[in-house]
Design a protein around this ligand. Structure first.
Ligand code: SF4
Length: 291
């Protein structure tokens, strides 16, 4: 059995830098992260062992310093938080800042902002937090429910699949042919690289394993994308989730991971697949000559 790693997978620079910033500030004094720094339980567990607290609401923060996650937040929320007396450390990814600037520019130019993303996702809440009027769409039905505006400015959550975003933008253009529809592509480069590498890998694989947190948007998008090219796709959070029966008759197992999945978690999943192969006669037999 051959294990085929996608050419781009796992932790992106935005998550890596946010983690480094959290650890640096934790050395200097007590720190609370507001929300999940990344949507990955393994990483969050590691932060906890370093004494870094996580709170989902400002009301529960007991330290003077709090950190905004890589997903970013709105200027209004930042101002409110500072007004409460907190020192705010921003771990917002520079590519999320790009999306914020795109939203601000569209709103300033008189466009009604439409975000392609998950309405309740922390990044989308941050992108829309300074707007009084906006819409969020994720499916075709959401586009069909939009009202007409003379100018519609479309921006994507950074971790959406670009193919899907483009389809929704096309639908918006078809639905409102009289409107000036402007699309600013804010899907981040690491997400695009992981998506296209996943397609390339899934086309060659009998089974695909996607590693990442259950609530990680980009991991779920990788699962959806791979499912279009491979019938046997499994989403795991850690090596403990890997099931031997998934690999029956498989000759090529593809491996990819979301942008908040640490390298060691991916390595352990790969090691577990190798272990399954070694212990399962049917699977091990398929490995001959392919390694
Ligand atoms: S997924 Fe993209 S936007 Fe999000 S932290 Fe990583 S690089 Fe930044």
């Amino acid at each position: 059995m051959r294990i085929l790693r996608a050419t781009h997978l796992g932790t992106c620079f935005g998550v890596r830098d946010a983690l480094a910033l959290a650890l640096e500030h934790a050395e200097a004094g007590p720190l609370t992260i507001l929300g999940d720094l990344v949507h990955n339980p393994t990483v969050l567990g590691a932060l906890e062992t370093k004494g870094i607290a996580v709170a989902q609401d400002v009301a529960h923060v007991k330290t003077r310093t709090l950190m905004v996650t890589a997903h970013g937040t709105s200027e209004r929320t930042l101002a409110r938080t500072r007004a409460l007396g907190f020192t705010v450390v921003e771990a917002t990814c520079p590519l999320v800042h790009v999306a914020h600037r795109a939203v601000a520019a569209l709103a300033r130019d008189g466009y009604h902002v439409v975000i392609v993303g998950q309405r309740d996702h922390v990044e989308v809440r941050g992108l829309t937090g300074d707007l009084d009027r906006f819409d969020v769409v994720l499916e075709e039905d959401d586009v069909l429910a939009l009202e007409e505006h003379p100018r519609l400015g479309v921006v994507a959550q950074t971790t959406q699949a670009i193919e899907k975003v483009r389809q929704l933008v096309d639908l918006i253009r078809r639905r409102f042919p009289q409107s000036d529809v402007r699309f600013l592509d804010t899907v981040c480069k690491p997400t695009k690289e992981r998506q296209s590498a996943a397609v390339e890998m899934a086309c060659q694989a009998d089974v695909v394993i996607v590693v990442g947190g259950r609530s990680s948007n980009n991991t779920r998008e990788l699962v959806r994308t791979c499912t279009r090219y491979c019938a046997r796709v499994h989403h795991v959070q850690t090596d403990a989730d890997v099931r031997p029966e998934w690999f029956d008759t498989a000759k090529v197992v593809g491996l990819t991971a979301g942008t908040s999945t640490p390298d060691d978690v991916i390595d352990r999943v790969e090691a577990r697949i190798r272990q399954v192969e070694a212990r399962t006669p049917g699977v091990a037999g398929a490995a001959e000559g392919l390694r």
